[in-house]
Design a protein around this ligand. Structure first.
Ligand code: CUA
Length: 356
């Protein structure tokens, strides 16, 4: 009952503070992941959820006291109706002075206590800092997708692992997160794991994230950034440390060799000829090394579960629609329509599906 009530309140609050999930979230086959901040799966989210519980129950207690007091006063007033009506105005009596004193000081005390809890939460979220040898996740917000780069401990300069819209986390490890943006301000938020942190062009913000439970979590952009702000999602998968290492190693490799597959080779040619490679990097296949990626890095595209920043499952049908006319799926994103014949589309899809 209590959890049902809490989730009702959370949905109510969520409806106001979180962009509503677009219809695509109900799409068959689309992995959604946990995104309830009241069902925390990491220490930061746990702390926030605890603060929320305190604020909620303090508010409920005060509400009950105030409304209860009001009803008691009304009842008494009705009993003394005649007497009250006849009473002339006069200076506050001693009892009334006490009411005024309490009215000023009790709220001040409650606010001070709540402030104390809030400061405690902020303190926990701010530290302790990740260990010096912690893994670093660099987040770059783009209109309307997320670029993720991983730096292993001690690694500096250009990251070996660059991916988009999907990230993995080793369970139980605190990861340093460095955030920036390429265009406007966005905000990185995985509700079940941590609080929000803005990504700001020209500035690097830092915080940390940790998942304590294996699972799939959904992240969203929490700062209005343009027409597709509500469709700027990502997935965060928390896996055991060994699986994470394997994933990281696989992501660091160059794109798969497609030479044995004629259709994919043709697709690779088209990818370079039709301008795809001007915005999308496929490490080992494209000639440009894009410094400030305009579009997501596609080196291991086929290993991703979603396309269009978490909005569609990565299936042949959705991918065809996206490649041919991305504007029809997410109006206002930077990807222009690509004009391909049926045979060319087949080749392009074969190529993209080969990028495991
Ligand atoms: Cu990016 Cu809102």
């Amino acid at each position: 009952m209590a959890t049902e009530f809490l989730s009702f309140v959370s949905n109510l609050v969520g409806a106001v503070t979180v962009p509503p999930l677009p219809p695509a979230a109900d799409m068959p086959g689309l992995p959604i992941g946990e995104m309830n901040s009241l069902n925390p799966a990491g220490p930061a989210a746990q702390e926030i959820s605890r603060l929320w519980d305190i604020l909620l129950w303090v508010s409920v207690a005060i509400g009950v006291l105030v409304v209860g007091g009001l009803f008691a006063a009304l009842r008494r007033a009705r009993e003394n109706e005649r007497e009250l009506a006849a009473e002339p105005l006069e200076a506050p009596k001693k009892g009334e002075q006490a009411v005024m004193w309490l009215g000023a000081n009790v709220p001040a005390l409650i606010l001070a206590v709540v402030f104390g809890f809030t400061v405690r939460t902020l303190n926990v979220l701010a530290g302790p800092p990740p260990r010096e040898d912690a893994l670093t996740l660099q987040v770059v917000g783009h209109q309307y997708w997320w670029e993720f780069r991983y730096l292993r401990p001690g690694e500096t300069g250009e990251a070996a692992v660059i991916t988009a819209n999907e990230l993995q986390l080793p369970v139980g490890q605190r990861i340093r997160v460095e955030l920036t943006a390429s265009d406007v301000i966005h905000s990185f938020w995985v509700p079940a794991l941590a609080g929000k942190m803005d990504t700001i062009p020209g500035q690097t913000n830092e915080f940390w994230i940790q998942a304590d439970k294996e699972g799939l979590y959904r992240g969203i952009c929490a700062e209005f950034c343009g027409t597709q702000h509500a469709n700027m999602h990502f997935l965060a998968r928390a896996v055991p440390a060994n699986d994470f290492e394997q994933w990281l190693t696989a992501q660091a490799a160059d794109a798969a060799d497609v030479d044995g597959d004629d259709l994919a080779v043709r697709g690779r040619q088209l990818f370079n000829q039709r301008g795809c490679a001007a915005c999308h990097n496929v490490r080992g296949h494209t000639t440009q090394n894009l410094v400030n990626n305009v579009g997501p890095d596609l080196t291991h595209f086929a290993s991703r579960e979603t396309i269009a920043a978490g909005m569609r499952p990565n299936t042949r049908g959705h991918l065809s629609g996206w490649v041919l006319n991305a504007q029809g799926v997410k109006p206002g994103n930077l990807m222009p329509p690509v004009n391909l014949s049926g045979e060319e589309l087949d080749a392009m899809l074969a190529y993209l599906e080969a990028l495991r």
